[in-house]
Design a protein around this ligand. Structure first.
Ligand code: PRP
Ligand code: URA
Length: 276
């Protein structure tokens, strides 16, 4: 059965609530002011009048909050020497994690994580898009780091609609690290901005070990002919997360952002695991 044939029977929000960590409810992690900032960023993303640059800014902002809630990074005191040859005391964040983001829409989250996390954090990218007719994921390729032992696995994608893209990325991670290379990691974490109940239920079925963090849990996925959007879009949602960040298609903006991320991660290095 394809994902689209399952849209007739979608679980309710209430049914899947026990499977997600909702960011605006984490007053154990965030102050009420921070929760207002999270909710206002989400509102800017939902607003159809928000431009691509502002949209990417708020994706980045929410990614920082997601990372804080998921990783709860520890800090280590360090001393550094400034260009003025003076010593300064400071801290570095410690978070044993490997980051995997899904292109196109997850790229801004990947960039944000690369900026936030300790230098040298392994980062991998997946090129996955949905087949509009079946809603099944199509894996175009991947570039992933060789070593993730002893780290949390964190998959970043702003939207979890049918769960297909996340499941597809996870299957590669499981095959490449656990099965082929016998590497052990410290659990699987999913970070989304908006999730649909359908996607949460599907991900939980395929990846029972997954801990799912999301800023919002929306109502349902569109059925064929319901709106001007194709079926499988999250309601109320924010539209097409890739287009809203980069404009339609694989634009110059998208390739520019991809190039910027390669400043942090050498996707060309010879020990990277690449899809054939
Ligand atoms: C979007 C989004 C997710 C996927 C979610 O990607 O970024 O990756 O859909 O849907 P799913 O849970 O049903 O798999 P899309 O395929 O539209 O590609 P894009 O990121 O290039 O826009
Ligand atoms: N992908 C998106 O970008 N938006 C949705 O609502 C569903 C999938």
């Amino acid at each position: 059965m394809t994902k689209i044939s399952l849209l007739k029977n979608q679980p309710s929000r209430e049914e899947v609530l026990p499977y997600v960590w909702l960011l605006p409810e984490r007053n154990d992690c965030f102050s009420s002011l921070q929760i207002s900032v999270i909710n206002s960023s989400l509102t800017r993303l939902r607003d159809k009048n928000t431009d691509v640059h502002t949209f990417r800014y708020h994706i980045g902002n929410l990614t920082d909050y997601l990372l804080q809630a998921i990783l709860k990074p520890k800090v280590k005191k360090v001393k550094v020497t400034t260009p003025l040859e003076k010593r300064a005391e400071g801290i570095v964040l410690e978070a044993p994690v490997a980051i995997f983001f899904i292109n196109r829409a997850g790229l801004t989250m990947g960039l944000s994580a690369a900026r936030f996390l300790p230098y040298g954090t392994p980062i991998g990218e997946f090129d996955i898009h949905r087949d509009e007719k079946t809603l099944e994921p199509v894996l175009v390729g991947y570039n992933i780091p060789p070593e993730v032992s002893g780290r949390k696995i964190l998959i970043l994608d702003p939207m979890n609609a049918t769960g297909g893209s996340i499941e597809c990325a996870y299957k590669v991670i499981d095959k490449e690290y656990r099965q082929k290379r016998k590497q052990k990691f410290l659990g699987v974490y999913i970070a989304n901005i908006i999730s649909a109940p359908f996607g949460v239920a599907e991900v939980k079925k395929t990846i029972p070990e997954a801990e799912i963090y999301t800023v919002a849990l929306d109502d349902y996925l569109t059925k064929p002919g319901e709106t001007k959007f194709p079926p499988g879009y999250i309601v109320p949602g924010l539209g097409d997360a890739g287009d809203r960040q980069f404009g339609p298609g694989r634009s110059e903006l998208f390739y520019g952002a991809k190039k910027m991320l390669s400043v942090f991660v050498n996707f060309q290095s010879s020990d990277i695991i690449k899809s054939k």
